[in-house]
Design a protein around this ligand. Structure first.
Ligand SMILES: Cc1cc2nc3c(=O)[nH]c(=O)nc-3n(C[C@H](O)[C@H](O)[C@H](O)COP(=O)(O)OP(=O)(O)OC[C@H]3O[C@@H](n4cnc5c(N)ncnc54)[C@H](O)[C@@H]3O)c2cc1C
Length: 591
């Protein structure tokens, strides 16, 4: 019986494996075929579809729910019916719960494949690796469930037979299986959205530990063997991931960090760099790169997340600019939020392709960019890219006119606006900004802004006398002093923390003396709206005017809303696009 179970399950394993490969191929082919076809016809498929391409649409759009069903159907069928030539009642139940373990390991290969950050298949298919993350999450959950049920049923059966100790702890192969089970069980709660976002670094470490344990320990635990082809396949993908990371990462010094008083946005300037002589400076607008404070030889570079940041500049600019929102949480050194510092060296992993669909870059005629907070780092290069197309057209060396380009930036604090002062390239777009760049300051009325400005110089904690400090550094320090002193005797603690604080601020010193390179005031923009978010009805009413044209369908097909920001804003943007029946593409800064 044991031999029969093993033989049948070895053969069974090939079904989910082949299903996975076909599924991946379908993802690639459908996106590629549809992109070519629809780009040629100047249609984008992201919103509209007909029954003929209904099936492919879900592959194209990566609709997770539908894709999961497509994947699940062949998986469930092969799981239940194989072996086909034995009557169902004669198949021992053990085959199935043993098989669940194999299924989870086989699916890990697909899971690794879809998370490859930069691979030829993604390039060919015009997918971005961030597109795959929702699918990766659902597949991981499915793998967890199959592994969990596999382990649980074994434990229950052993418990009923009263052989738990003998089978689980005295059998070294099963003990390894139990260890994998425990590691997975620790990861599971950490992967729930709330905890994942709160303790992202911890989650990420645990995620990698689980991955390594699962891939490397399962071949020892599993009987029959899972070495061929699954383990070798996974090793090949892991090797590609490591080689790519090594190949594309360089240690670079931050040229400049501009601290914006009263705001937690910072402008970061990095040098452009080449990789093995290859020009690495030609990238689509809103591509991103990744930064790590650790050197590639440091194990933490591999175990902790690298930080993705949108490139706020364009390839033609002198530097690579980032607009970064600095967080201030974490006391444990490894878990602290990333702090980028001027003249300090960081490991930069080259740009990753933009998530803006190619059909938008090629065919868009009406564009709305709606971004919140640090999402401006995503919005600015897109805005400039399309404005440049129009400028080229006006100068006679382009053939593309984008009729409408509007940028909406939602911020909670007027000081965030000041970051634009330091984006030198904006000087070339003054007329355009005045025409179609709209600002929403959600939490301040004009009166509050004036009051704030008048009181901005008042520093409540008089002990802090640090030359060259900025308002936000002082705020950070004040916050830290108060937080730390909650738990200790106030006076002792205060001096100590203030000393640390002084050093930190001195280290962080940046030149905010000059008044920036691009002058801003209320008149700079098309509109500055205080104390409110965009009004999704009245502010975008002009989109309804499309209905008056004969070719309304075509206009809608070439109208795009690109959005980036907090979840609430993203939700509203999707609703707006659906209501107005136009295309949209969203970049989320949180996984
Ligand atoms: C494609 C992309 C582009 C981005 N571009 C920008 C940008 O231009 N400007 C900007 O300010 N921010 C951007 N972000 C977000 C930025 O990467 C995170 O805010 C940053 O990594 C947080 O680092 P931290 O040490 O402060 O994190 P923590 O203080 O540990 O966590 C703060 C929050 O950031 C999230 N986070 C932490 N690390 C990562 C990570 N490696 N990947 C994704 N989320 C993470 C956590 O879920 C948490 O909610 C982008 C994110 C993505 C995915």
């Amino acid at each position: 019986m044991k031999k029969f179970t093993s033989r049948v399950n070895i053969r069974y394993g090939y079904y989910p494996f082949v299903t996975s490969l076909i599924f991946f191929a379908l993802l690639v082919v459908s996106r590629r075929l549809l992109t070519i076809r629809y780009a040629r016809r100047r249609f984008s498929l992201v919103k509209r579809y007909n029954t003929r391409n209904f099936f492919f649409k879900f592959f194209y759009e990566l609709k997770v729910l539908h894709l999961s069903i497509y994947l699940l159907i062949p998986l469930v069928i092969s799981f239940v019916v194989y072996p086909v030539n034995v009557p169902l009642r004669k198949i021992p139940g053990k085959i199935y719960y043993k098989r669940l373990g194999r299924l989870s390991y086989v699916l890990a290969s697909l899971n690794l494949l879809i998370t490859l950050r930069s691979n030829i298949l993604l390039k060919v298919s015009k997918f971005n690796y961030t597109d795959m993350i929702p699918l990766h999450k659902w597949l991981s959950r499915f793998i967890f469930i199959t592994m969990f049920v596999h382990s649980l049923v074994y434990m229950v059966v052993w418990h009923i037979d009263d052989i738990v100790v003998k089978k689980m702890f005295k059998n070294k192969y099963n003990l390894v299986g139990f260890i994998i089970f425990v590691i997975f069980c620790v990861l599971f709660p950490l992967s729930i959205r709330f905890l994942r976002r709160k303790y992202y670094k911890l989650f990420y470490m645990m995620h990698h530990l689980t991955l390594i344990a699962f891939i490397f320990l399962t071949p020892y635990h599993a009987r029959p063997s899972v070495l061929v082809p699954y383990f070798y396949f996974d090793i090949a993908i892991l090797a590609i991931i490591v080689i790519q990371k090594l190949f594309y990462s360089r240690v670079k010094t931050i040229i400049k960090k501009v601290d914006i008083p009263g705001s937690n946005l910072k402008l970061i300037k990095l040098p452009k760099f080449t990789i093995f002589g290859l020009n690495n400076t030609n990238f689509a607008p809103a591509s991103h790169l990744r930064i790590s404070p650790y050197h590639i030889l440091n194990p933490l570079f591999w175990m902790l997340p690298t930080h993705p940041f949108s490139i706020a500049s364009l390839p033609g600019d002198d530097t690579i600019d980032l607009i970064v929102k600095e967080n201030s949480n974490g006391k444990i050194p490894m878990m602290k939020s990333l702090k980028l510092k001027e003249n300090k060296r960081f490991t930069i992993t080259k740009h990753f392709e933009s998530a803006v669909p190619v059909s938008c870059l090629n065919n868009c005629e009406n564009l709305l960019i709606i971004v919140g907070g640090s999402g401006i780092g995503y919005g600015l290069p897109i805005y400039r890219y399309f404005q440049d197309q129009n400028m080229k057209m006006e100068n006679g060396d382009g053939n593309r006119k984008i009729k409408n380009i509007r940028l909406y930036w939602v911020i909670s604090n007027h000081n965030d606006l000041k970051v634009l002062k330091y984006v030198e390239s904006l000087k070339d777009y003054e007329a355009e900004i005045k025409r179609d760049f709209h600002i929403y300051i959600t939490r301040e009325s004009p009166k509050q802004v004036i009051e704030y400005r008048d009181s901005a110089e008042v520093i409540e904690l008089e002990e802090i006398h640090v030359t060259g400090k900025s308002d936000s550094s002082v705020d950070d320090c004040k916050h830290e002093v108060l937080e730390d002193c909650k738990h200790e005797v106030l006076e002792d603690c205060k001096n100590e923390v203030l000393e640390d604080c002084k050093n930190e601020v001195l280290e962080d010193q940046v030149s905010v003396e000059n008044d920036g390179l691009f002058d801003i005031s209320n008149d700079t923009f098309a509109s500055v709206n205080y104390n409110r978010r965009p009004n999704w009805n009245s502010d975008f009413k002009y989109l309804d005017e499309f209905d008056e044209f004969d070719d309304v369908e075509q206009i809608r097909d070439n109208t795009w809303i690109l959005g980036c920001g907090p979840n609430g804003l993203i939700k509203d943007i999707k609703l707006l696009a659906n209501r107005k029946n136009v295309n949209y593409s969203i970049e989320s800064f949180e996984f």
